[in-house]
Design a protein around this ligand. Structure first.
Ligand SMILES: C[S@@+](CC[C@H](N)C(=O)[O-])C[C@H]1O[C@@H](n2cnc3c(N)ncnc32)[C@H](O)[C@@H]1O
Length: 340
């Protein structure tokens, strides 16, 4: 059951589900206006905030009331508006900021694909290419501002999965870790920080690498890291003791997912490890955000979230053998296999 609806009369709970996108619109608009950054130095009057955000003060006062109802801001006794701990990660310049995530995942281009979910269910095909005339990755390449926002969004959301490798596997035995589709390198940076003897290779689309270089530099690990432009359907770097695919396989339908895994298999030497970091769908009807993420994967890519057995089948189809799944105390698991 959707969190917060337990125990409510069915019609009341249903109204909450029907209108859940209102919340998303409000959070995205808070990010668009940069409200959290304008409140970073402490509470301000609505008038001050309206001037800073270029908005109409009486209308903004109503918006602040809505945001306060969601717990993202709070009014003090003098009526000024301040940021709450829930609103804090919507600041742009805090570690693990989710501002880019709010802007990119709730972007109008993505929303338009969601609106076509009924059609995606009829056809089993993604709606994003129909709506925009381009597949998602080509669209990002053609719209560099949205592309940069998406990369930053992944870095923000990668905060949650960044620590899973050091927590779940032994990095001390690894000389070189190759992060395939590593984005800006948030996960690689965490792995390098946790294992001083480790070297890293970040392999991603060429458009992503300048942002990755800046990120790895700022994280203080650039000197232990190479950056390589790849198309992971063609090739990935050889020479890794371990390869990680974090939040990659779920972006692709089975055929392409197997193709990416095969490219890795071909590049890997016998004994090299592969770590697939994903949310593994559990059996049963429990609420799991990944079951809704699954629908986003459908509309964007015609792709899907998967169960443990589905990940095993993909890996076996790509030539890998035994699979061990390491759950973590995050929503992510490390799905481990070895190249024989
Ligand atoms: C959902 S993001 C995941 C990024 C990162 N691993 C993380 O955990 O946040 C998917 C990544 O796959 C990369 N990608 C998409 N198509 C690719 C391709 N054909 N070759 C290499 N990388 C690709 C994207 O640029 C993006 O960085």
């Amino acid at each position: 059951m959707y969190p917060g609806t337990e125990g409510l009369p069915p019609r009341v709970a249903l109204l909450q589900l029907i209108t859940a996108s209102w919340v998303s619109h409000a959070v995205r608009t808070m990010a668009v206006l940069g409200v959290a950054d304008h409140l970073a130095d402490g509470p301000r009057t609505v008038g001050e905030l309206a001037e800073a955000t270029g908005t109409d003060a009486p209308t903004l006062a109503r918006f602040m009331r809505a945001l306060a109802a969601l717990g993202l801001v709070a009014h003090d006794a003098a009526g000024r508006v301040g940021l709450t701990p829930l609103g804090e990660p919507l600041r742009a310049a805090v570690p693990g900021s989710l501002r880019s995530y709010a802007l990119a995942i709730a972007a109008p281009s993505v929303e338009r694909a969601w609106h076509d979910l009924p059609n995606a269910l009829r056809t089993g095909e993604p709606s994003f290419p129909d709506v925009h005339g381009l597949g998602f990755w080509d669209y990002l390449a053609a719209h560099p501002e949205e592309g940069a926002l998406f990369d930053a969004a992944m870095t923000g959301s990668a905060e949650l999965r960044s620590g899973v490798l050091p927590a779940a596997v032994d990095l001390s035995a690894i000389g070189t870790l190759i992060d395939v589709g590593g984005g800006q390198g948030r996960m690689l940076a965490a792995a390098l920080a946790s294992a001083p003897g480790l070297r890293g290779v970040l392999a991603d689309r060429s458009e992503v690498l300048p942002g990755a270089e800046a990120f790895l530099d700022a994280a203080g690990v650039r000197d232990r890291c190479d950056l390589v432009a790849v198309d992971f359907f063609e090739s990935v770097p050889t020479g890794g003791d371990a390869y990680v695919l974090a939040h990659i396989v779920h972006d692709w339908p089975d055929e392409q997912a197997v193709a990416i895994l095969r490219t890795c298999h071909q590049a890997m030497a016998p004994g090299a490890r592969l770590w697939v970091v994903e949310q593994v769908i559990q059996p049963g009807d429990e609420y799991d955000r990944a079951k809704l993420l699954d629908m986003l994967m459908l509309v964007l890519f015609g792709a899907q979230e998967r169960t443990a057995d589905e990940y095993r089948s993909l890996l076996q189809a790509a030539g890998f053998g035994e699979v061990v799944i390491h759950p973590t105390d995050t929503p992510y698991s490390v799905i481990e296999t070895v190249r024989h």
